[in-house]
Write a protein of this length. Sequence first.
Length: 267
Amino acid sequence: MWKWETDGIAHGVVVIIHGELEHHARYGWLIEKWRSRGFHVVMGDLPGQGMVKRTERGHIDSFKEYETAVGQWIEAAMLFNLPIFLLGHGLGGLIAVRMMYKKNYEIAGIMLSNPTFAYEHTPSKFSHLLSGSLNKLTPEHRFAFGFTVQDATRNSEIIELDLEDPIYVSRVSVRWYREMLFAMKQTLAEDSEFPDTPLLLMQSGENKLVDTAVAKKWLLALNLTEFQFKEWTQCYHELFNEPERDEVFHYAESFVKNRLRSIGYDL
């Protein structure tokens, strides 16, 4: 876990939870954007990704490992004694939602960027069928997930960096895959009330990884007093890496600033 503090007056803290296959270093641009606008940022690498050494890359024993790690990030953000905003992308969005169902954190707002509630891209049918039995026999067995960096973004600079990135995950374990499927199923079947926390759902019209219709349907079924939805029709999965990322950031920033004003902060 790392903390990046703003140089000026701090208005709040943004806890960023990255997506599947990637790591925190890919968020340098976004971290600096929030810092330049007066926000501290807390972020780390999820277990089995990036520079976390506890587990092999592409593998987890349980989805709870994610919840434990992100819980520590939120606790670190609380020490600033400022309004906290969760920003979860892809897998990070799924983690944020699972945690809010389980524990009603005092969060000023939640931002979800293409949360992984259902996959549009799936491994081969053979890998999918085989994963059920292998999960019991050899849970650490890895297979190619098959989602390329070219599928994630239209930004050629990001694609070039990702192709040379030695810690970008390309192979995942059968246990990771089955834990993802189970967490998504749990979320959509959840019978407990989601906390009435202001929420922004941002999605891509050309998403090749997740089925965005599922998250939108989930949002509209919630009993929230405040929420926003925005779709960028031309964008791929990684909204904050797309050529339109400045526009995406300004939309998210507007949500955050409106929330701060509504709770009495003078910006």
